[in-house]
Ligand binder design. Structure first.
Ligand code: 13P
Length: 252
């Protein structure tokens, strides 16, 4: 059985006080790490404080992006060395909003994924199609291409430790969830892509999340699917009560 991973992606929301309050409200109620991995992906300015506030609990803190270089003349960027130094555990890479607004490419996602492993961070690699691509029946080929490029040159052990998030862009922040069958179909395809590109063992071990309008009301059905190992959640992760309901679903 693959352990479920529930990750809240706060995107560009909250101020520090609100972020601290969220951790205070949730950390003692998070199920044990053996049952489910519970992660909050917070904006950079909150990371140091949140790692400190969540210490000793089963709530883990993630970044929403990073550069692939260790250091250097990259004004405005944050490196994997900095994240590791703060005690950050996971990093979201290649989110569709970064691909669309900040010129993230499959190649930079690959460089960042390798950098994450070089520094002991667990990457959450996002893939997914637009509505137009879905309507043109391009979903499977597109997602296959994104997955292969993101994982290129990783070792089998690294692929096993990667978290892939399938987030159909048309379902993000729109209230339109993919049906659990639609979501599972693509997640199963991703697992087959990993099997063909890497190994059956890697495909069995890799965790694949679904993301896109996940909420307490639909999470159980999504997590009951054969190839969905967790959720990457935007809007419904912002409130403590809703986030706790999601992680409890992941621990069932
Ligand atoms: O993009 C997402 C998580 O990374 C999904 O966002 P919503 O849950 O708000 O649709």
């Amino acid at each position: 059985m693959r352990k479920k991973v529930i990750a809240g992606n706060w995107k560009m929301n909250k101020v520090l006080k609100e972020a601290e309050q969220f951790v205070a409200d949730t950390k003692d109620k998070i199920p044990g790490h053996d049952a489910v991995e519970s992660v909050v992906c917070a904006p950079f300015p909150f990371l140091a404080t949140l790692v400190e506030k969540a210490a000793g609990s089963d709530l883990k803190i993630a970044a929403q992006n990073m550069h692939f270089e260790d250091n250097g003349a990259f004004t405005g960027e944050v490196s994997p060395v900095m994240l590791k130094d703060l005690g950050v555990s996971y990093v979201v890479l290649g989110h569709s909003e970064r691909r669309e607004y900040f010129a993230e490419t499959d190649e930079t996602v690959n460089q960042k994924t390798k950098a994450a492993f070089n520094h002991g961070l667990t990457p959450i690699v996002c893939v997914g199609e637009t509505l137009e691509q879905r309507e043109n029946n391009e979903t499977m080929a597109l997602v296959e291409d994104q997955v292969k490029k993101a994982l290129a040159d990783l070792t089998e052990e690294q692929v096993k430790a990667t978290i892939i998030a399938y987030e159909p862009i048309w379902a993000i922040g729109t209230g339109k969830t993919a049906t659990s069958e639609q979501a599972n179909e693509v997640c199963a395809h991703i697992r087959n892509v990993v099997k063909a590109a890497v190994s059956a063992d890697a495909a069995e071990a890799v965790r694949i999340q679904y993301g896109g309008s996940v909420k307490p009301a639909n999470v159980d059905e999504l997590l009951a699917q054969s190839d969905i190992d967790g959720a990457l959640v935007g809007g419904a992760s912002l409130e403590a009560e809703s986030f706790l309901a999601l992680v409890e679903a992941g621990a069932k």
